[in-house]
Design a protein around this ligand. Structure first.
Ligand code: UDP
Ligand code: MG
Length: 333
């Protein structure tokens, strides 16, 4: 671990239509970083914004500011990865541009890192400015994923965290297309710990997440880290077969003992529709996984960079990223 003065910190900021917020974010971040006795760079990743975000980034240009302009909108998870790929520091902090993650927490993250933790995640104690339903759905999601997956994903944690160099290197080796970052952060292992903070409402602009996107993120999380849904299909099948077997025995018994004429149209319909439903659902579940396999097998690069302006921080000797921002070669290892 480098001593308190000799290290360099990279701050990775994915931004999609954050033109309104960025100047204020930059001001607050700089205020915090200037009190720290260390070298630092901030990497602004423009994730194909449709507003003036890229112009604002260029206005903020300074020796310690790096700009990574992606070729289109790839989504937060990939924007974040692009930032980490280009981070040159001894540790990297991942933070949202909208000031929901207060930069003032960064010194605490650094302190824990210096105590020897590789991943220091910021855990929120409050979620101001979010609806009851959003809080409830977030809570149930963490509960479900904890149940069905072996990877422990801490609840109430966003992407705001500090990663040591070896954690960054581990993470950048994971090149899957379906990136559920919260899961990947945990998956890499290494000593991890939490720091608590209060999550604020957005400073300006709008959240890019609606419930449909959140639902898809939840699906992504579960299907990337668990095959429990596939097993559920097996057990549902087993249960229905057992059920129908007992029902069949019951009918045979009734016919033999009481000589009941077979009258079964309604029950037949119910059983057929029920089974049809179960089968369709199971095929759907298999489809979810198959679709993900399909996307992974194409092995496409995660993103393309149309313009990369590096900071003045020296490139790491072991870095294999070309300055034009083409795909990290580590993929092929
Ligand atoms: N973001 C991004 N690409 C996207 C969507 C979002 O880089 O396609 C960034 C966004 O600019 C912000 C962060 O990801 O810095 C979190 O986004 P947002 O505030 O919309 O999410 P929430 O805080 O509601 O979870
Ligand atoms: Mg936000």
């Amino acid at each position: 671990m480098p001593d308190s003065k000799g290290f360099t910190l990279s701050i990775v900021v994915p931004a999609y239509n954050e033109g309104e917020v960025l100047p204020e974010f930059h001001r607050r971040l700089s205020a915090v970083m200037d009190t720290l006795n260390c070298a630092w760079e901030v990497l602004y990743v423009n994730d194909g914004s449709t507003d003036n975000t890229i112009d604002v980034m260029h206005q903020l240009r300074a020796p310690h500011v790096a700009i990574i302009d992606l070729s289109r909108n790839f989504g937060k998870e990939i924007a974040l990865t692009a930032g980490l790929d280009h981070a040159r520091g001894d540790a990297a902090v991942v933070i949202d541009a909208d000031l929901q993650d207060p930069p003032e927490v960064i010194p605490e993250l650094i302190q824990k890192w210096q105590e020897g933790y590789d991943v220091v995640y910021a855990r929120r104690t409050t979620r101001d400015g979010e609806t009851f339903f959003k809080k409830l759905s977030a809570k149930s999601f963490y509960r479900v994923i904890q149940r069905v997956s072996r990877v422990k994903i801490p609840a109430d944690t966003g992407d705001f965290r500090l990663l040591s160099r070896r954690a960054v290197d581990a993470l950048t080796q994971l090149r899957e297309q379906h990136r559920f970052m919260k899961g990947l952060f945990s998956w890499i292992g290494y000593p991890q710990t939490a720091v608590y903070y209060q999550r604020k409402p957005r400073f300006a602009g709008q959240s890019k997440w609606d419930y449909w996107l959140l639902w898809n993120l939840a699906l992504e999380g579960i299907t990337s880290f668990s095959i429990a849904p596939l097993k559920i299909a097996t057990y549902a099948g087993l249960l229905t077969s057992l059920g129908s077997f007992s029902y069949a025995s019951f009918i045979i018994y009734k016919t033999l003992v009481y000589g009941d004429p077979v009258k079964g149209y309604p029950s037949l319909m119910v059983v057929i529709l029920f089974l049809g439903g179960v089968q369709l659902m199971s095929i759907g579940v298999i489809g979810e996984y198959l679709g993900r396999m399909f996307n992974e097998t194409k092995r496409r690069p995660l993103y393309f960079v149309q313009n990369h302006i590096p900071s003045s921080v020296k490139e790491r000797p072991d870095s294999i990223i070309t300055t034009t921002g083409q795909q990290n070669e580590r993929t092929t290892r």
